[in-house]
Design a protein around this ligand. Structure first.
Ligand code: APR
Length: 310
């Protein structure tokens, strides 16, 4: 039997995730949205691409949750996206309500699934999904770090005129302006990046990475990024469904690792069949460590606002 992936939210990110998973052919997909006809129409359109792509997987759309029962992975993209001038944090209270109701529905029907929140502000939404689902911490894994790292790798490869594949980089911390591109652990073909790019230029690339989401929002004007985010989600889905045990930067619940307690923050983790197998501990410089603490403090502030809102 094929694995089953539910994607909640049939907008830009959700529909592109569904398409990418369907195209691979190893999992059936259920696409859920509140807008009548939208998930059904997109799912049917995708299904009809199967004969051309050589995919026998099934994809269905729904405005309810019964079809999602016994999913292996549930990707949560429902919510509002940024417009120019908005920060991810401006989405907090609206998306908190949406994520709460969605997680309540999916957790009931797929109690053994791994939840992958994508909705922003990501770290706070992952925390919410964890609280509402009451799932063990290894089965709630937020998507942000792979995307932020992919942006960093893209810019570094452009700068050095090398393949993106030879750029090994890490961006940790919260998915916001305080994210931490870990320059000390970034290398190109095994050579530390700090030896290849002068500090002033490297600082500019780090800044561009931190503002990577806003750069896209300002170009699109009507929404936010979805090609790179959906590709990042699918890397996580694949590591889980195929039990690949890849080591990837993901947003997980920390209980003392990196000196952070009781919060969802982006760190390197080993991702396999049951979700998070292990948090990987990197050696950080004191500067990187301080930046990670600052980023965690920014996440804690949002969690506090959510607590007050109920
Ligand atoms: N249940 C199901 N779907 C919902 C709900 C809900 N309660 N509320 C909203 N949605 C759906 C919307 O109808 C819409 O189709 O979520 C979808 C969101 O799609 P887009 O507006 O295209 O947003 P997208 O670009 O996909 O981003 C979704 O991911 O990256 C983050 O910041 C981004 O928080 C945003 C989320």
């Amino acid at each position: 039997m094929r694995k089953k992936v539910t994607v909640v939210g049939a907008g830009n990110v959700g529909a592109t995730v569904a398409q990418r998973v369907f195209d691979k052919g190893y999992a059936d997909v259920v696409l859920v949205d509140i807008i009548e006809g939208l998930p059904q129409g997109k799912a049917l359109d995708m299904l009809e691409s199967g004969p051309v792509l050589g995919t026998d997987a099934k994809v269905v759309g729904s405005n309810g949750y019964d079809e999602t029962a016994n999913s292996d992975v549930v990707v949560i993209t429902s919510g509002i996206a940024r417009k120019p001038g908005m920060s991810r944090d401006d989405l907090l209270l609206t998306n908190m309500k949406i994520v709460t109701s969605v997680v309540t529905e999916v957790a009931k029907r797929s109690p053994n699934s791994v939840l992958l929140p994508v909705t922003n502000p990501l770290d706070a939404m992952a925390q919410r999904a964890f609280q509402v689902s009451k799932f063990p911490k290894n089965r709630v894994v937020g998507m942000a770090g792979i995307l932020d790292t992919a942006r960093f790798r893209t810019f570094l490869a452009q700068e050095l005129k090398v393949s993106v594949e030879v750029v090994s980089a890490w961006v940790l911390g919260g998915h916001g302006d305080t994210m931490v591109p870990v320059v000390g652990s970034t290398n190109v073909g095994g050579v530390p990046v700090a030896k290849l790019i002068p500090k002033a230029r490297l600082d500019e690339i780090v800044k561009r990475t931190q503002n990577g989401g806003a750069e896209i929002v300002n170009l699109l004007k009507t929404g936010s990024a979805y090609y790179a985010p959906s590709a990042a989600v699918v890397q996580m889905v694949e590591s889980i469904l195929l039990d690949k045990k890849q080591i990837l930067p993901c947003t997980v619940y920390l209980e003392g690792e990196y000196g952070i307690k009781g919060l969802f923050v982006g760190v390197p983790v080993k991702l396999g069949a049951g979700g998070v197998d292990q948090v990987i501990q990197f050696d950080l410089t004191s500067e990187e460590s301080a930046a990670l603490q600052k980023s965690a403090a920014a996440v804690a502030e949002l969690v506090e606002v959510m607590k007050k809102a109920g």
